[in-house]
Design a protein around this ligand. Structure first.
Ligand SMILES: Nc1ncnc2c1ncn2[C@@H]1O[C@H](COP(=O)(O)OP(=O)(O)OP(=O)(O)O)[C@@H](O)[C@H]1O
Ligand SMILES: *[C@@H]1O[C@H](CO)[C@@H](O)[C@H](O)[C@H]1NC(C)=O
Ligand SMILES: *[C@@H]1O[C@H](CO)[C@@H](O)[C@H](O)[C@H]1NC(C)=O
Ligand SMILES: *[C@@H]1O[C@H](CO)[C@@H](O)[C@H](O)[C@H]1NC(C)=O
Ligand SMILES: *[C@@H]1O[C@H](CO)[C@@H](O)[C@H](O)[C@H]1NC(C)=O
Ligand SMILES: *[C@@H]1O[C@H](CO)[C@@H](O)[C@H](O)[C@H]1NC(C)=O
Ligand SMILES: *[C@@H]1O[C@H](CO)[C@@H](O)[C@H](O)[C@H]1NC(C)=O
Ligand SMILES: *[C@@H]1O[C@H](CO)[C@@H](O)[C@H](O)[C@H]1NC(C)=O
Ligand SMILES: [Mg+2]
Length: 691
């Protein structure tokens, strides 16, 4: 213990020391019943209720982000608000008092907050009957305005409540026993630095602000002053109102801070608080006050702010749905578009339009499936034009540009016997070609579909003439030589007037180009492929003529160029495969070529015309390219403008001839065809005039 004699104290000294100690302690903890000061609330012995908590750094948080709650903080000891009543029995006047506190309101939404906070004096610390929200945790709908409340408050109100005649949603009010303020002003201060000019303040900006409440008991005047925390107390108070608090505050009463939340999540903080009876409140030590987090400058529209707390999950759902829809739509309607396509722009269709036109490429709209892809019927939404959309699976990058260029240039050619190509569209791995819709479908249906009525001779001849005219146009009459490459009955379409029109030209080339040069794949259709393609792989107008020859025979005979088994056993080879050209040649040997015409015609045809067409078919199907006529000659022959050369059909089979030609060491020029050479010679002289 204490051994040093000099430290021994006399009894009166001990008493003085104890008194001093007591005073010192009272000043520090603010507990002498007259004044207190909290520079931050860490370790402060406040009485808290509701949501109120003291955060570790010393901030008093009256409300957290829970809706419809309240929170209170009381200085624990009651204060004597009245002087002792004078001996002569008159009512005691309330004492002057003064308080100062620093607060900050951190609203989740910048444009709306709820509901505010208040400094108050109440006869009891039991606020259990007070309501949250607009009642600020001070009153309830029953007792609001009742003089028996004995509550005095200064409210910092951030919601406009018309039932309390609030002036706006950002005001300071002096309340006596109820929330209808005896005086209220929009939040702000008279700035001494600018000669007392009024400056607005936004209570829920998140910025720390200080409030001074001064009651002059003698004058019965309440002054309320507000200022940003960094600004010294303005000389002119925001509110100065004559209110006699003597009948309001009880003899002994508690001072507290109250706050409540409504529908909006708002944190109400108090950072420091001081109070003094009969004198100015002790100034706060701002350096010691806990700091508010930096306010983020989020800005949103008020409408959105009101909607979000209510509809946030719905909104999130909608956003997810919307994004999924956009992604889905993007993927669904995604197109491939490259820089070089700019020049072809007018011929480019939007995938979406084609999708809509064909009802999403509905199976019911499927016109047919070919070697390159599917064809759908559709109606363009903008123009109402009926179209056939062909989807070609293709992912070769090379050649696409040239192909598109061809497609577009072909799209420019217009001929009575050519299916108009309207344009194209590209997607990843897909090329879409848009053609005019041909209501009568492809010729092969009319020829081979047993459900279809047999096509009359006149219509067949008309179709052959039409295709000849169309091919001639492609080969010779257009600005550049276009080799069709895939002439066949299924690529001959019949328009509304049963005119034959060539479709699908050039497509084979796309595949050709994409193919590996090492492979011997020849694109085309068996029975229509000129034999020289097997070793030259070079398409020429003459290869088209060969295919045209097969087509002519097919139309005249109503049989496919190559048939397996079936009725033509007489000319069938070992595999049971029948080559139509050889079969017709066989008829010719037997002396009646016209008899090769389709039996379904029941002889209802002109035998001379049939013989001409069949011989023309054979001539065009000649295995030797040089022996075939040009399309111009073909048209002349068909029109009777030039006599068809009449070769003696001494060779028995085109097939063997073709095989000879393709054998090693043979060359189309070196091979001599004794029986046909003479007959072809006549044609050859004409041929030299062609291309
Ligand atoms: N413009 C069109 N108008 C009407 N129908 C069409 C049109 N184009 C094609 N078709 C129909 O679609 C079917 C399939 O055509 P597609 O061109 O895909 O096959 P293909 O001609 O049999 O073979 P390939 O792929 O060798 O051309 C055709 O048989 C025809 O009936
Ligand atoms: C808010 O305070 C209440 C009461 O103390 C508590 O139950 C609630 O969990 C708090 N909410 C949050 C988000 O902190
Ligand atoms: C009572 O005494 C006070 C001072 O103590 C005085 O101001 C007041 O006038 C007196 N009232 C009456 C009715 O005498
Ligand atoms: C507060 O007051 C209510 C009713 O006025 C009462 O039921 C409750 O027990 C009181 N609480 C305390 C802690 O005194
Ligand atoms: C005021 O409150 C008291 C006590 O709660 C009650 O008796 C009285 O009727 C109330 N007055 C009004 C006007 O509601
Ligand atoms: C202050 O706010 C009021 C309305 O709240 C407005 O009319 C006034 O122009 C504002 N003054 C300044 C200086 O912003
Ligand atoms: C209240 O404000 C008025 C007007 O500015 C002033 O005259 C008076 O002294 C103030 N009273 C207190 C207690 O601050
Ligand atoms: C009012 O103060 C007196 C003492 O001045 C006290 O006896 C009484 O209980 C207080 N009233 C309330 C409601 O606290
Ligand atoms: Mg086709």
């Amino acid at each position: 213990m204490i051994d040093d004699p000099s430290m021994h104290l006399k009894p009166h000294s001990i008493v003085s020391f104890l008194v001093l100690l007591l005073l010192f302690h009272a000043a520090a903890a603010g507990g002498d019943g007259d004044q207190f000061r909290y520079d931050g609330f860490a370790g402060a012995a406040l009485d808290l209720d509701g949501m109120a908590v003291v955060e570790p750094d010393g901030k008093l948080m009256l409300t957290n982000v829970t809706s419809q709650m309240k929170g209170h903080a009381f200085h624990p000891a009651p204060l004597r608000f009245h002087h002792p009543p004078p001996a002569n029995g008159t009512a005691a006047a309330a004492r002057s008092f003064s308080t100062a506190f620093v607060f900050a309101i951190a609203a989740d939404y910048v444009t709306v907050s709820g509901n505010g906070l208040a400094f108050f004096v109440a006869p009891s610390k039991n606020m259990s009957t007070a309501s949250p929200s607009q009642f600020l945790g001070l009153f309830n709908s029953e007792n609001n305005g009742n003089a028996s409340n004995r509550v005095f408050a200064v409210e910092l109100d951030t919601i406009l409540n018309p039932e309390f005649r609030d002036i706006n949603s950002n005001h300071v009010g002096v309340d006596v026993n109820g929330l209808v303020s005896v005086a209220a002003e929009p939040a702000g201060y008279y700035d001494d630095a600018t000669g007392g000019a009024f400056k607005n303040l936004t209570l829920f900006s998140g910025a720390a602000m200080q409030v001074w409440v001064d009651y002059d008991g003698r004058a019965a005047v309440v002054n309320v002053t507000l200022a940003p925390v960094e600004v010294a107390k303005p000389r002119r108070p925001l509110i100065s109102v004559a209110v006699d608090l003597s009948p309001v505050v009880n003899g002994t009463a508690y001072v507290g801070l109250s706050s409540s939340t409504g529908p909006f999540h708002t944190r109400h903080y108090v950072l420091g608080w001081s109070f003094a009876m009969d004198g100015p409140a002790p100034p706060l030590d701002y350096a010691k006050l806990p700091k508010m987090p930096v306010v983020s400058a989020k800005r949103r529209s008020k409408a959105l702010d009101v909607v979000i707390p209510v509809a946030a999950p719905l909104l999130a759902l909608a956003v997810v749905a919307g994004v999924s829809f956009l992604v889905w739509r993007r993927l669904r309607y995604a197109e491939l578009r490259e820089d070089w396509e700019v020049e072809f722009g007018p011929h480019r269709f939007a995938y979406k339009d084609l999708f809509v036109a064909t009802a999403g490429f509905d199976g019911k709209r499927l016109l047919g499936v070919g070697g390159f892809g599917r064809v759908y019927r559709g109606v363009l939404p903008a123009s109402g034009t009926e179209v056939a959309v062909k989807i070609v699976s293709h992912d070769a990058k090379q050649g696409m540009r040239q192909f598109v260029a061809e497609v577009v240039s072909i799209g420019r050619l217009r001929h009575r016997n050519v299916v108009p190509l309207l344009g194209y569209c590209r997607r990843r791995g897909e090329l879409l070609l848009v053609y005019d819709y041909m209501p009568n479908g492809s010729l092969d249906r009319w020829l081979h579909d047993h459900g279809a009525p047999p096509l009359g001779w006149a219509q067949r001849l008309h179709a052959v003439r039409g295709v000849a005219a169309g091919l001639l146009y492609l080969h010779e009459d257009w600005e550049q030589v276009v080799v069709h490459r895939d002439v066949k009955a299924s690529n001959v379409l019949l328009d509304g007037e049963m005119n034959a029109r060539l479709g699908d030209f050039g497509l084979a080339r796309l595949y050709d180009r994409g193919a590996d040069p090492q492979t011997t794949r020849v694109v085309g259709t068996m029975g229509y492929l000129a034999p020289e393609l097997a070793h030259t792989r070079r398409v020429t107008p003459a290869t088209d003529v060969f295919a045209f020859g097969s087509f002519v025979l097919e139309v005249a005979c109503g049989r496919r160029p190559i048939e397996r088994g079936g009725a033509m056993t007489a000319a069938a080879d070992e595999d049971g495969q029948l080559v139509l050209a050889d079969w017709v040649l066989d008829r010719w040997h037997k002396g009646d070529i016209a008899a090769a015409a389709d039996a379904r015609l029941c002889g209802d045809y002109d035998a001379k015309e049939a013989a001409l067409v069949l011989k023309l078919g054979l001539l065009c199907s000649h295995p030797v390219a040089a022996a075939r006529p040009t399309m111009r000659q073909v048209v002349h022959f068909l029109d009777g403008d030039a006599p068809l050369p009449e070769p003696e059909p001494t060779y028995r089979s085109f097939t063997t001839l073709a095989m000879m030609q393709n054998a090693d060491g043979f060359d189309s020029c070196a091979v001599s065809y004794p029986s046909t050479a003479t007959s072809i010679d006549g044609a050859s002289s004409v041929l030299s005039g062609g291309r």
